[in-house]
Design a protein. Structure first.
Length: 133
């Protein structure tokens, strides 16, 4: 259970253990060093594997960026390098870019470089908040 809490995207509040407000507040400050994007290194060697596996990984990265400003800054600055730093390796012909939409939401767009240098969009991800009743 402790390992699951350590790797959670959003730090969990321990309501059942009676943690003090002070310890809860300090535990809610996410630290990028404690976060694992993937459990083991991932080498996505072709476009089909990128299309199949990268959306889940990028979804975790976007979610982490919502709660961790340092992670978000690194993701915005160099998304492909950030993925490599966390053990996700992409082929050379895959480009990953971040964009900010009109409503200030971050979006990650993945492109494949075609022969002749033309970019073809493979996928994009953007988290949205929804409420329902």
């Amino acid at each position: 259970m402790k390992n699951e809490l350590k790797n959670a995207l959003v730090p969990a509040v321990r309501r059942l253990t009676g943690a003090s407000a002070k310890s809860v507040a300090s535990s809610q400050q996410p630290k990028s060093g404690d976060f694992q994007l993937v459990r083991q290194q991932v080498h996505l060697q072709d476009t089909k594997k990128v299309e199949k596996h990268l959306p889940d990984i990028l979804g975790r990265a976007l979610a982490r960026g919502w709660i961790d400003k340092d992670f978000r800054a690194a993701l915005t600055r160099s998304p492909k390098q950030l993925l490599a730093d966390y053990g996700v390796f992409l082929p050379d012909n895959i480009a990953v870019r971040t964009e900010t939409t009109q409503n200030q939401r971050q979006r990650i767009v993945v492109y494949e470089t075609q022969p002749g240098g033309r970019l073809r969009r493979l996928l994009y991800l953007q988290l949205v908040m929804m409420a329902g009743k």
